[in-house]
Structures are given as structure tokens and as C-alpha cells.
Design a protein around this ligand. Structure first.
Ligand code: I3P
Length: 126
């Protein structure tokens, strides 16, 4: 049984560039605005930075401007029908905010989807 070691791997914090757009705020539709962000999966939340060094800088203003996503009670699903882009998945938060994520790199998106899904699942069991 390898599920134990797999969980350790997928629950480890993950980071890298992803394209993101918010499509709804508390259930209300928003106009898409795709941005590329350095995305960090950190415990129960996703954080967004301009680049990798931004998160360690003492000036965190650029990161705090980008809304964090609380994964507690959130859902994640593939959503390729919601965009002309490839490899799109959607996160819907407990508060009804909806975000699309995307990368042209197939493996990258698969890994992010797995990591986020596993985080959401393990949070649900707490
Ligand atoms: C949108 C922009 C988005 C596109 C969206 C367009 O136009 O081209 O990139 O989403 O398509 O409406 P605008 O810049 O005028 O707001 P995708 O790249 O995800 O396809 P949509 O309306 O079908 O969501």
C-alpha cells in the first residue's frame, strides 16, 4: 500500500507559475482577466505573488493585493468548457468565489489539480 507515501508527496507545499482569473465574486459573474502569478500552496490556502522572490521579500504589499484563496470547504473541478484555453480547472470557495487556473504545461496542471484536490480532501477530514 503506497497511499501513505503518496499523501506525503501531494500534500507537500507546491509553488510555481499558473495563469489565473476570477470569474465570480460570491456567485456574481465577473469579467475575465487572466494574470500569471507565482502561486504557492501553503497549508489550507493558495497565495499569489508576482514572482518567486516576491514572497520572501519584506515588502509583501504586492502579494497581499492578490486575494488569497481559502481551500477549507472549497471544491475543485476540471472546467475546460469555460475557456478557449487548454488545461483549465476551477476552484469554488465556500463563500462562492470562483477562479479558473490554467497552464499550457499539461504535467504542471495535473500536478496542481492533484495537490489542491488532496489538500481539500484532507482538510475535509479534519
Ligand atoms: C475575454 C478575453 C478572455 C476570454 C473571454 C473573453 O474578452 O478574451 O481571454 O477568455 O472569453 O470574453 P475581453 O478581453 O474582451 O474581456 P478565455 O481566454 O478563457 O477564453 P469568454 O467570454 O468566452 O469567457
Amino acid at each position: 500500500d503506497t497511499s501513505g507515501s503518496e499523501n506525503i508527496l501531494v500534500n507537500r507545499n507546491k509553488e510555481g507559475f499558473l495563469n489565473k482569473t476570477k470569474i465570480a465574486e460570491k456567485g456574481k459573474k465577473l469579467r475575465k482577466n487572466w494574470v500569471t502569478s507565482y502561486t504557492v500552496l501553503s497549508g489550507p490556502k493558495l497565495e499569489f505573488y508576482k514572482d518567486a522572490k516576491d514572497q520572501t521579500a519584506s515588502d509583501l504589499r504586492s502579494s497581499t493585493k492578490q486575494e488569497r484563496i481559502d481551500l477549507r470547504g472549497a471544491s475543485v473541478e476540471w472546467a475546460n468548457e469555460k475557456s478557449s484555453r487548454k488545461n483549465v480547472f476551477q476552484i469554488t470557495t465556500l463563500s462562492g468565489n470562483e477562479f479558473l487556473f490554467q497552464s499550457d504545461a499539461d504535467i504542471t496542471v495535473q500536478e496542481w489539480f492533484r495537490a489542491i484536490r488532496n489538500t481539500i480532501d484532507s482538510l475535509g477530514r479534519e
